[in-house]
Design a protein around this ligand. Sequence first.
Ligand SMILES: Nc1nc2c(ncn2[C@@H]2O[C@H](COP(=O)(O)OP(=O)(O)OP(=O)(O)O)[C@@H](O)[C@H]2O)c(=O)[nH]1
Ligand SMILES: [Mg+2]
Length: 312
Amino acid sequence: MNDDMILRAEEKKINWYPGHMARAKRLLTDQLSRVDVVVELCDARIPRASRNPDLDALVKGKKRLLILGKADLAEESATRAWLAYYRQQGIDAMSFDSVRGRPKDVVARIERAASEAVAKMAARGVKKTVRAMIVGVPNVGKSTFTNRINGAAIAKTGDRPGVTRSNQWVRITPYLELLDTPGLLWPKIDDQQDARALAFVGTINDQIMDQQMLAIRLLEMLMELKPDAAMTRFKLKTAEERGVALLESACRGRGWLMPGGVADTDRGAAVILDEFRAGKLGRLTLQRAPEIKKPEKQPENKPENMPEQKGE
Ligand SMILES: Nc1nc2c(ncn2[C@@H]2O[C@H](COP(=O)(O)OP(=O)(O)OP(=O)(O)O)[C@@H](O)[C@H]2O)c(=O)[nH]1
Ligand SMILES: [Mg+2]
């Protein structure tokens, strides 16, 4: 067996559902009756993989707003395509980045989503305080988003998953409150492509995965999607390599070497993952929106028993 075959044989299924996440799920359902809107934050680079398949069942009939977050790291045209797709599906969605995004755009959308409840209270002469719960996978940027809307850092943030461990209400205005919640995954990630995508963007605890394996898969994907950027960034001489050889070449290219000139693949893997997550390879969307099917033209109804028209 060569190195690559050994690697593939050892590749383990990616899954992360520790005890604090089961607790996070309980915290979410506990607060549900208190909120008017559920704001679901997903990652604009991987909208499909970063949406919790259990959420529909968890939040039942609540008003929803989907936000494609970290939009500054995704390709703008791909994000537009995702938004068009969601619109067609009847899902209320917008994109946002917490680096430059304007809070008032989000506030307006949350208020719109809650407008029914607000109108009901207004009819009774009461100005309602809208309460919105921010949910999403770990590290997707929920706390940073909350801080951005708030205008000042109040929630703790960090570049690893699992930073927020309990619910935190943040008052934005007298009439709007946001609930920052801990990141939530689901007990079994069925699609391993999705699991890997979640791992690439830093949603899954790095400690439970083989970092070298993950970095190799990431490099391979970059060589498919953005070969020029990857070759420049990691100073690769050829576009042909894959597997361990590709990781070693990146290490040699960037000078991550151990004594004797041996590629330091441990260090290389960690830096490659960090650089990708920080957007150093430029904007990149890993998952494309499904094509929007145009409604098929209905064949014209022909009255029954009418003889076929013969051509001239
Ligand atoms: N480029 C960019 N980075 C972001 C954005 N939002 C958050 N981040 C970064 O993503 C990392 C995670 O942010 P957090 O706000 O802690 O994420 P979280 O969803 O609260 O994470 P948990 O509490 O662990 O579930 C941090 O390093 C943030 O700086 C964004 O819109 N754009
Ligand atoms: Mg957080």
